[in-house]
Design a protein around this ligand. Structure first.
Ligand code: SAH
Ligand code: DHB
Ligand code: MG
Length: 220
């Protein structure tokens, strides 16, 4: 594994930006708190990124959103809240105990009707879904990032927005062997994003989760 080291001033700046600009609600705080209380890893997206996901849902006019990797539902709450009436989020989670916490958070946020949690390995549940999705957020096991991107194409349409979390991973592309578990999968996904199927960029971020970033793409 790779060390995700955050400089104190990155964390302080993120906190200031979160309070002053992002302004999360009690339902976001609840999702964060529940993850800590239930002993889940603190690997949800930063508040600034959660807000970005919600803005992307709105800007793209997405009605059907697919998420790979639910955890406690923090990023799901950001996206589901941004959906129009009649919109829906399908979120895929391997661990039943994570799915359970996420469902509680969706209920507390009044989002039960708008979100379906599909429990199981995503590569097993993805073939059961029907497209087209308007926006796909990928944030699960990095080994399968490239496979999830291929599913995003299969379940998407030209113009589908794709966001891939953890696309920089402390600069892993400079030497993927620094993280034998996750490095090769992340770099393979980046190469796929640079190929003919997508129009893409990668934004680097520094914050509470260290030096990382996300890829933003559309399906061609
Ligand atoms: N998107 C969430 C964070 C997800 S963390 C947020 O920002 O709030 C990654 C999640 O992916 C974990 O809950 C993990 O259990 C799940 N996961 C790991 N491998 C998976 C797989 N093969 N299929 C589905 N989910 C998986
Ligand atoms: C990890 C996973 C993530 O999705 C993330 O955003 C940060 C860290 C991890 O597995 O360490
Ligand atoms: Mg992530």
């Amino acid at each position: 594994m790779i060390e995700h080291a955050a400089k104190p001033e990155w964390v302080d700046a993120e906190r200031w930006l979160t309070t002053t600009v992002v302004k999360p609600g009690p339902e976001h705080e609840r999702a964060l708190r529940s993850a800590v209380e239930r002993g889940m890893p603190a690997i949800e997206v930063q508040p600034t990124a959660g807000k970005l996901l919600s803005l992307l849902v709105r800007i793209s006019g997405a009605r059907r959103v697919l998420e790979v990797g639910t955890l406690a539902g923090y990023s799901s709450v950001w996206m589901a809240q941004a959906l129009p009436d009649g919109g829906h989020l399908d979120t895929l989670e391997y661990l039943p105990e994570h799915a359970e916490v996420a469902r509680e958070n969706f209920a507390a946020a009044g989002l039960t009707e708008r979100v379906t949690v599909h429990v199981g390995a995503a590569l097993t549940t993805l073939p059961r879904l029907e497209g087209p999705y308007d926006l796909v957020f990928i944030d699960a096991d990095k080994q399968n990032d490239a496979a999830y991107l291929e599913w995003a194409v299969r379940l998407g349409r030209p113009g589908t927005v794709v966001v891939l979390d953890n696309a920089v991973w402390e600069g892993i592309m400079l030497d993927p062997r620094r993280d034998e578990e996750n490095g090769p999968g992340i770099v393979e996904a980046l190469e796929l994003l640079g190929g003919p199927l997508f129009d893409a960029t990668v934004i680097q971020t520094a914050g509470s989760k260290g030096w990382d970033g996300f890829a933003l793409a559309v399906v061609k």
